[in-house]
Design a protein around this ligand. Structure first.
Ligand SMILES: Nc1ncnc2c1ncn2[C@@H]1O[C@H](COP(=O)(O)OP(=O)(O)O)[C@@H](O)[C@H]1O
Ligand SMILES: [Mg+2]
Length: 400
């Protein structure tokens, strides 16, 4: 793949980035550093990655026809999905027609829907998971909850960041959980997964890199979630040798089955020495934003290297590190931050503000990164940073 960097080529390698959020923005910055050409796509204008890309396109990525038309028009060298909610059937067709999908069209297609990936993990690969059933109607839902038992977790099959997700602890919460799952599913599909609730000690993301020379692992990342959305992640999360070996064996199995080169975020619940597979993203992971401060090559740099077929020698780790998102709440299209100077007053701190153009509800608008000699010290710094920053949300005259 070294012709990617040839100066005699008329155009540098062209990447079609599908999804232009904060993860896509950091990936685009890495691609720009290598002189690549990025066309950033999302369903709205001025999305974070569009602000650093060469060009942008606004389409409904869940519309297979629109997506196929765009791929044909752009003729990208690499198609890089940043999110799950994409008409992945169009990616399968594009791959068959000779386009390169990262890491593979199969990986994008199977992880679009919780059903594809869960059945692959539990049934085909025999990985330990929570008990689960897929349901389409309210009656099936009630039967599934009865079979699986309480408490259980309910999620739309196509959704992310906790949207439409709830925990049912008592039977009188059934109606509300069903209602929420039907309103919030990204693609509007009514299908739902009902999972047994795992009483884990903690949960982790194992960033796994499949690349030309084989397999690399980052140090495990621990994380805390609130309503299915991450509120803190840290690296390294210590594991016993037995647990770490299980985590890595399971990560190798699932990422190999999905196929292709790139970074995968493999999520697990850890309970004693039990390792329970939860889900996997065939791309950088939100909890992996901590690697922007904890490693010499962040997950975004690793993703780019892997997909270009470049070497990944040992990944260098810096000090223990913590990331905490800046979560905004409200409605408006004028978003400002104060207190950033105080947040950055200590050594080993960094802030990323994503430049999202507006907010309606709860939205991740930035992230605070801190490293220190110990995880506790890094956590304290990151907490101080989030507390120091105030988010101001106002509306311009044009926002009706
Ligand atoms: N079966 C479960 N038992 C306990 N907690 C769960 C379970 N499923 C999900 N969760 C919690 O919800 C979070 C989000 O669920 P996940 O399946 O990762 O959805 P998403 O695709 O939105 O990230 C998890 O990180 C975990 O904290
Ligand atoms: Mg998750």
């Amino acid at each position: 793949m070294s012709e990617f960097f040839s100066h005699t080529q008329q155009q540098p390698v062209k990447i079609l980035l599908l999804g232009s959020g904060e993860l896509g923005k950091e990936f685009t910055i890495e691609a720009q550093r290598m002189g690549l050409y990025v066309v950033a796509v999302d369903r709205y204008k001025n999305a974070p990655a569009m602000q650093v890309a060469n060009e942008f396109r606004v389409i409904d990525m869940l519309d297979a026809l629109q997506l196929a038309k765009l791929i044909k028009a752009e003729q990208p060298d690499l198609i890089v999905p940043e999110i799950e909610a994409i008409a992945t059937k169009a990616l399968v067709k594009a791959e068959a027609a000779g386009f390169k999908v990262v890491p593979s069209a199969k990986a994008a297609d199977l992880t679009l829907n919780r059903k594809g990936i869960r059945d692959l993990a539990a049934k085909e690969l025999g990985l330990e998971t929570s008990d689960y059933q897929f349901v389409e109607t309210y009656d099936q839902f009630c039967r599934a909850v009865n079979d699986i038992g309480l408490p259980c977790v309910v999620k739309p099959v196509i959704s992310s960041s906790g949207k439409g997700q709830s925990i049912v602890r008592e039977l009188n919460q059934l109606d509300a959980a069903w209602q929420l799952s039907q309103e919030a599913g990204r693609a509007g599909a009514g299908e739902v997964i009902v999972e047994s609730f795992i009483k884990y000690d903690f949960e982790i993301t194992q960033l796994t890199v499949q690349h030309a020379a084989g397999l690399s692992f980052c140090e495990p990342i621990g994380h805390l979630q609130e309503s299915g959305d991450y509120i803190e992640s840290w690296q390294p999360q210590a594991l016993t040798d037995t647990t770490l070996a299980k985590v890595r064996e399971m990560s190798e199995k699932i990422t190999t089955a999905l196929g292709g080169w790139g970074v995968f975020g493999v999520e697990f619940f850890i309970r004693g020495e039990d390792v329970i597979f939860s889900e996997v993203s065939p791309r950088p992971h939100d909890t992996g934003m901590v690697t922007m401060i904890s490693q010499d090559l962040s997950q975004f740099a690793l993703h780019l290297r892997a997909i270009l077929g470049l070497p990944i020698p040992a990944i260098k780790n810096y000090q223990p590190s913590v990331s905490k998102p800046l979560l905004g709440q409200g409605r408006g299209d004028l978003i400002r931050f104060s207190g950033v100077e105080q947040a950055l007053s200590q050594t080993g701190t960094q802030v990323r503000l994503f430049g999202k153009p507006d907010i309606n509800g709860r939205r991740r608008l930035g992230v605070c990164l801190a490293s220190a000699r110990s995880l506790n010290a890094a956590r304290k710094k990151a907490t101080d940073m989030v507390n120091a920053i105030t988010i101001h949300i106002d509306s311009s005259a044009s926002l009706s």
